[in-house]
Design a protein around this ligand. Structure first.
Ligand SMILES: N[C@H](CCC[C@H](N)C(=O)O)C(=O)O
Length: 261
């Protein structure tokens, strides 16, 4: 069977996208997803998404980490699947879709070939204020730690130590390191399911912006990641309740190909 796929990236977080509206691929084909994400034996990606039909919504987003297993919400992936749905003609400039963490709305802003997507994330209702970290769920679980500067900071080793500590080793967590700067914050992320540092993580950047708001009192952030720039804004209702959270940034089509399976 020949199946078309597309490769997208959002600030360097890269994904394989497959239009599965005709259900040609089983959503449980985890071995195939792992193989396709492999950077030596497959296409190579941090994750894979299936775009499927869903009653009452424009589409369903199914997200898998590069280990082939279904992951929790992916913010950069969310922006990429919206650009993909836009290219396929499944959506126009505004959309409502369903993902593993619930309903999302989004808007596509297109100028020439560049696509920028504003994606509304789920509300955040529980934030753990640890001794030297924050822990919150922005669709995916994220631990956030502040560091003085990123230069020579080893995100992979430090992130992996936390992800595999006694508390997290079983279910895992994503781990973000944030440094505060005059007009932006810088974020680096170790991602569970990829088990590596990625160039950017959308839900991680949202968790980092919310955590930074407890230090700076702002509700609007410019964020630098290894793979590019993002913006986040939200309404802080109180210390445990953040609503109207938007993640804004590019979603770029890289290439198309044919899978022979
Ligand atoms: N890269 C994603 C996060 C994927 C979450 C995944 N690593 C998990 O914990 O299942 C993002 O842009 O938000």
């Amino acid at each position: 069977m020949n199946i078309k796929f597309s490769k997208y990236q959002g600030t360097g977080n890269d994904f394989v996208l497959i239009d599965n509206r005709e259900q040609l691929i089983s959503p449980d084909n985890f071995l195939l997803f792992e193989k396709l994400c492999d950077r030596r034996f497959g296409i190579g990606a941090d994750g894979l998404m299936l775009l499927e039909n869903a009653d009452g919504f424009d589409f369903r987003m199914r997200y898998y980490n590069s280990n082939g297993k279904e992951g929790s919400m992916c913010g950069n992936g969310g922006r990429c699947i919206i650009a993909f749905a836009h290219h396929l003609g499944v959506i126009a400039d505004k959309t409502k879709f369903i993902a593993v963490d619930g309903e999302h709305e989004a808007e596509v802003h297109q100028s020439n070939e560049d696509i920028k997507v504003s994606l509304k994330m789920i509300d955040v209702s529980t934030i753990e204020f640890g001794k030297d970290f924050y822990f919150l769920d922005t669709g995916s679980p994220h631990l956030v730690k502040f560091i003085d500067q990123h230069e020579q900071f080893d995100t992979f080793t430090e992130g992996k130590n936390i992800r595999y500590n006694d508390r997290f080793k079983e279910v895992g967590t994503n781990v973000n390191f944030v440094s505060l700067h005059q007009d932006h914050i810088q974020v680096s992320t170790y991602e569970r399911g990829v088990e590596d540092e990625t160039y950017s993580c959308g839900t991680g950047v949202v968790a980092s912006a919310i955590s930074s708001s407890f230090k700076t009192n702002s509700d609007k952030f410019k964020i630098k990641t290894k793979g590019g720039n993002l913006e986040v804004h939200f309404d802080k209702i109180n210390e445990q309740s953040i609503e109207n959270i938007w993640l804004i940034g590019p979603a770029t089509h890289v290439f198309d190909g044919i899978l022979k399976i």
